[in-house]
Design a protein around this ligand. Structure first.
Ligand SMILES: [Zn+2]
Length: 241
């Protein structure tokens, strides 16, 4: 195989590794994104509760105060009953007792309801608070993991770039420029194999005469459709990783 092709194939291998490392560095991995999203959701839920948390307390206190007051009044009214002088007064006190009893009973129901609501809210508040703290820890762990991976990737990337620099020196400047131009224009892929008379970059069949020339391997050939450099390799000579 022409030496320039061999060099370009190696260059392409490095460029694939570089692009892969770069992409991993730029992307937020799923394991981090998932836990970040979960944390955002729990934080929003928590803050929604946090804003209203305890708002039932003042209502509870007010009803509770009324309840105690009515109970005291009822006691007083009950004591008054045996001392009444006439029927009219008796009925008036009885009516007062009834009203107070009704108020007290209503307040009791309301207090139980409010207490249940407050307890449920408090439970939810505590649960979300705990979950939020737990997720905060996990997010920090996953971020540390990503940082570790990034620093490893950055090391590899540096190594690949240095190798690329070295390998590319084996090419004539004009060919390297062309290689890079095609690579930039064609999805990071500048040199591809011809298989079954087809360019594996754009999957267009190459003209028969060109195909013969590529197999002859005497000068650099490009795909007439995508302009990528083309080379031929028999199937049994699979390109090593
Ligand atoms: Zn092509």
């Amino acid at each position: 195989m022409q030496q320039e092709l061999t060099i370009m194939i190696e260059l392409q291998r490095l460029d694939n590794l570089i692009a892969d490392a770069q992409e991993k560095l730029d992307n937020i991995p799923e394991y981090l994104e998932t836990v970040r999203n979960e944390y955002t959701q729990v934080t929003a839920d928590f803050e929604a509760i946090d804003g209203t948390y305890g708002s039932g307390d003042s209502e509870y206190n007010k009803i509770s105060a009324d309840y105690e007051e009515h109970k005291a009044l009822l006691e007083k009214a009950n004591k008054k009953l045996p001392e009444v002088k006439n029927n009219k007064e008796y009925e008036a006190v009885l009516k007062e007792v009834d009203t107070l009893k009704k108020n007290i009973s209503e307040a009791e129901i309301k207090l139980v309801q409010l207490s249940e609501t407050n307890d449920a809210q408090k439970k939810q508040y505590e649960e979300l608070k705990g979950k939020k703290a737990e997720l905060e820890k996990i997010v920090a762990e996953k971020e540390a993991q990503k940082n570790e991976e990034d620093s490893e990737l950055a090391g590899k990337l540096k190594k690949y770039l240095a190798e690329r620099d070295k390998v590319s020196k084996g090419l004539k400047k004009s060919i390297l420029t062309k290689y890079d131009r095609i690579r930039n224009a064609r999805n990071n892929l500048a040199i591809v194999r011809v298989e079954d008379e087809t360019c594996t970059g754009c999957y267009i069949k190459v003209p028969p005469q060109l195909y013969v020339e590529i197999i002859k391997d005497t000068s650099l050939k490009e795909c007439p459709n995508c302009q990528r450099f083309l080379y031929f390799k028999k199937d049994e000579e699979e390109q090593g990783e």
